[in-house]
Ligand binder design. Sequence first.
Ligand SMILES: [Zn+2]
Ligand SMILES: [Zn+2]
Length: 345
Amino acid sequence: MKAARFHKVNEKLTIERIPIPQIKPDEVLVDVKATGICGSDVHIVYEGVTLTGFLPITLGHEPSGVVAEVGENVTDWKVGDRVVVSAIVICGKCYNCLRGRESICINKKVLGIHFNGGLAEYMAVPSRNLVKLPDNVPFDQGAICTDAVATPYHAVKTQGRIKLSDTVAIIGLGGLGVHAIQIAKVAGASRIIGIGRTPSVLERALKNGATHVVNINDGNPAQQIKDITDGYGVDLAIEMVGTQDMIALGADCIKQGGRLVIGGLGPDNIHILPPTIFVRQELEVVGSYGWDIREIAEIVMLLSDGKLDLSNSVTQRFELDDINRALENLKDRVDHPVRLVIVQE
Ligand SMILES: [Zn+2]
Ligand SMILES: [Zn+2]
């Protein structure tokens, strides 16, 4: 089969012919139809900050496809089923898994980072990592609901514990932020404020359900957010950038008793408010990373029922042979992508 293989940091992926994976008794072979390209792939290929399980490896952790073969112990899937692959492989046994917090399984591994992934014609997947993809959801939208949508879903719904009528600020309006806006809208948020610095990106946030936008370059964004929320600040801020200034903005724009969820990854220490404010106002700051497979099942249901609309989320499609051009476009953020998807239909 054809596969895009990563050999070394800062080298192009190579398209190679390798054997179709042999599946284990609890695995399913998936004929891959679409694979989203993620910022993590850019980190792996160009920066070397995320180490893969081995080299060379097939990347790709946002796949969807069709079941091509099932292992001898697999009873719940059959050849021809349309599926979404959740790339997070959990142990199911650690204390976090046993308490239902699979996104922080202490033995967590990721398909496409620690095992061969979806930038190939076929991939082997543990059968518990599959969610059925309804016929009315295209493969490219199914693919991106596993990370590009599941990551903000976990941040807004699970870690953010959003409630009906909450006011929400979304800081950072790339692929994760745009989907966080859509999820806040579906969850019944009242005012949804998108915060960014590029006019076209702010415009896109309004099209995706933001009721207001704030351009950071216009000065004092926290005050602008307070003005939009009758002077109170928001119930919930979702930070998707991972920089000190944006995290501080998130802490500055929540109301008394409000919650800040940090979903952006960055290397710097977090400095926010003095305890005299943080404690007296009973503020909360929560991290959010990854997702669990139940959340993907919920997203697929919302998609299939037309409650979530990802039809504008796949901003560019490429063939597998064009993987390096796709990665470079994402690295250089050509045309402010929401999601780039490799299609093999
Ligand atoms: Zn990712
Ligand atoms: Zn575990």
